[in-house]
Write a protein that binds this ligand. Sequence first.
Ligand code: FMN
Length: 201
Amino acid sequence: MIEKKATTSVNINDLIASRWSGRAYDPDRPVSKEEIIPLLEAARWAPSCYGDQPWRFIVFDRRNDKTGWDNAFSCLSEGNQVWAVNAPVLILSIADTLFSRNGKSNRWAQYDTGAAAVSLCLQATDQGLMVHQMGGFNADRARELFGIPDQYIPMAMMAVGYQLPLDRIKGETRERELSDRQRHPLAHNFFEGRWGNAYKI
Ligand SMILES: Cc1cc2nc3c(=O)[nH]c(=O)nc-3n(C[C@H](O)[C@H](O)[C@H](O)COP(=O)(O)O)c2cc1C
């Protein structure tokens, strides 16, 4: 995978700095079940409110389930389809809006599902895989196609695969894949003591 390590203000964990959302997938390099299971296992061990584990993930592997993958792909926005077409695996993350312990509304379900998704992404980075999350997909269509009950919210489709070797990435895609990663300055999003009071470093 192309190294696009974050330019951080201080040293941080290498895995966190190395994760990024590429778009140039190698269509000829499948991802085996043995490689997928650790991704799910990493998500499984994410923290969650009351330990409720509100996340659900549906895996679509083009090699083993072409129809399922095609259906998942058909949910993506046109802009995402352009590049996600080469991802051998798509994974849909879903949040359970109700606590399994008492059936009450779980306002942390989406937060927890996001945490599980990041764990999955970091595990993928560690395995040399690339994951790109997408909010650009038709959640209603996914709900219908995959029989997702009303109490669950389809959150993001994730493209999973190996990156195309750099010498095979051409044109605009190459430029985009090599472009710098950007973040707001730390003080923009992180406060000290009260809202809006920039954390000083
Ligand atoms: C919930 C969520 C939805 C996203 N939706 C899309 C999307 O529909 N299409 C896309 O190309 N990237 C999407 N992204 C990727 C972000 O654009 C990307 O994470 C961000 O630009 C930071 O880049 P990095 O992940 O390489 O650090 C999404 C990311 C997240 C977490």
